[in-house]
Design a protein around this ligand. Structure first.
Ligand code: NDP
Length: 240
């Protein structure tokens, strides 16, 4: 189950995981994009299910987890990647509604996913969860304050779940993602053009990541080669 699969990092992960043989369940709100991606994956011989929904809605998430189990027999890997945030607006000028939305998607969405995925993984007898955090989850990078708070919470929830489920065969890790060229960043740069340089300059490699570079890290954390890794926040940030 991959959330935020309709674009950027999630779509790249969906293609990669499917190419590695996983049956992928694609969740996001834009149904047309999910259907197109699922069709592409199936045309290439993979297995994919477009399962539209809003991660901030617990009932949507419950239904997607149920569809994953019904369609493919079990849920054993989740890439909880859906997220949204803004940058460039000072805290005191940020609308309350933006704070609520950022928390609802990034934190509430992850909460909903964990609440429904973990029981499914207990039923499956195995599980690997990868949650998309951000460098903003470790340091205040210049992203908006709600996003910084939300991504810190993603890392906290990851650690809590890892500690509780480690003995039951479920691993939970997060990815500390640096600036990656996706619609999220393009939107922020459109609003605040000065961010383009700022985003690149702070990284040792002086460039943004390609979504595939993040997807490969997610694949490693989701797969068997990271079997002794849990509770970690793994940096894929071009060096800070
Ligand atoms: P995109 O905007 O390309 O992708 C975001 C994805 O999240 C889309 O598929 C979007 O789909 C989905 N999404 C957003 N809100 C919801 C919702 N309420 N319910 C379901 N799906 C939702 O950006 P990225 O690929 O960059 O973002 C992926 C993750 O990476 C996010 O968590 C982001 O915070 C994180 N990240 C990105 C960085 C970057 O530089 N790009 C850096 C650090 C972290 P739809 O609109 O169809 O619902």
């Amino acid at each position: 189950m991959i959330t935020g699969a309709s674009s950027g990092i999630g779509a790249a992960a969906a293609r990669l995981f499917a190419a590695e043989g996983a049956a992928v369940v694609l969740m996001a709100r834009r149904e047309d994009r999910l259907k197109q991606l699922a069709d592409d994956i199936e045309a290439g011989g993979g297995r994919a299910l477009a399962a539209p929904g809003d991660v901030a809605c617990a009932e949507d998430v419950r239904q997607v987890v149920a569809r994953a189990e019904e369609t493919f027999g079990r849920l054993d890997v989740a890439f909880n990647n859906a997220g949204w945030g803004t940058a460039g607006t000072p805290l005191h000028e940020t609308e309350d509604a933006e704070f609520d939305k950022v928390m609802a998607v990034n934190v509430g969405g992850l909460w909903n996913c964990l609440r429904h995925q973990l029981p499914a993984m207990l039923r499956a007898g195995t599980g690997a969860v990868v949650n998309t955090a951000s460098t903003a989850g470790v340091v205040a990078t210049g992203a908006g304050a709600p996003y910084v708070a939300a991504k810190h919470a993603v890392i906290g929830l990851t650690k809590a779940a890892a500690a509780e489920y480690g003995e039951r065969g479920i691993r939970v890790n997060s990815l500390v993602v640096g600036t990656t060229r996706t619609e999220l960043i393009e939107g922020a740069v459109k609003q605040h053009p000065e961010l383009e340089t700022a985003f690149v300059e702070r990284q040792i490699q002086k460039r943004m990541a390609h979504p595939d570079e993040v997807a490969h890290a997610a694949l490693w954390l989701a797969g068997p080669h990271s079997s002794f890794v849990t509770g970690t926040a793994m940096a894929v940030d071009g060096g800070l």
